[in-house]
Design a protein around this ligand. Structure first.
Ligand SMILES: [Zn+2]
Length: 104
């Protein structure tokens, strides 16, 4: 939108005042954008509800969230499902191993 408004400004369709208003509105609008996804609008907080959930998971699991995102999501969708099932199986095996160690 900014390059288009600049084009109209150079063609003398838009006045300098109009251009300033456009820049102000764009800046004002961006103020209410979610800081993480830059897609949702949020007024009282910096992040939207969906991104707040991600922030909460980051607080709980730390760098593990980045590892899982890289390991699971950076692949095609059918491979993602396979990877998710493998990750679940691996986590289940680890938990079963711990339970068996405590029993013995
Ligand atoms: Zn968001």
């Amino acid at each position: 939108m900014v390059p288009i408004s600049l084009f109209f400004f150079k063609k003398k369709v838009l006045s300098k005042k109009c251009l300033e208003h456009i820049y102000f509105l764009l800046t004002y609008y961006r103020m209410f954008e979610c800081r993480l996804c830059e897609n949702e609008t949020c007024i009282t907080t910096n992040v939207c509800t969906k991104c707040r959930r991600i922030k909460h998971l980051l607080n709980l699991y730390g760098d593990r969230v980045y590892e899982v995102l890289e390991a699971v999501l950076v692949r095609s969708e059918d491979k993602q499902e396979l990877k998710i099932q493998n990750e679940i199986k691996n986590e289940k095996d680890k938990i079963d191993k711990k339970i068996n160690q405590k029993k013995n």
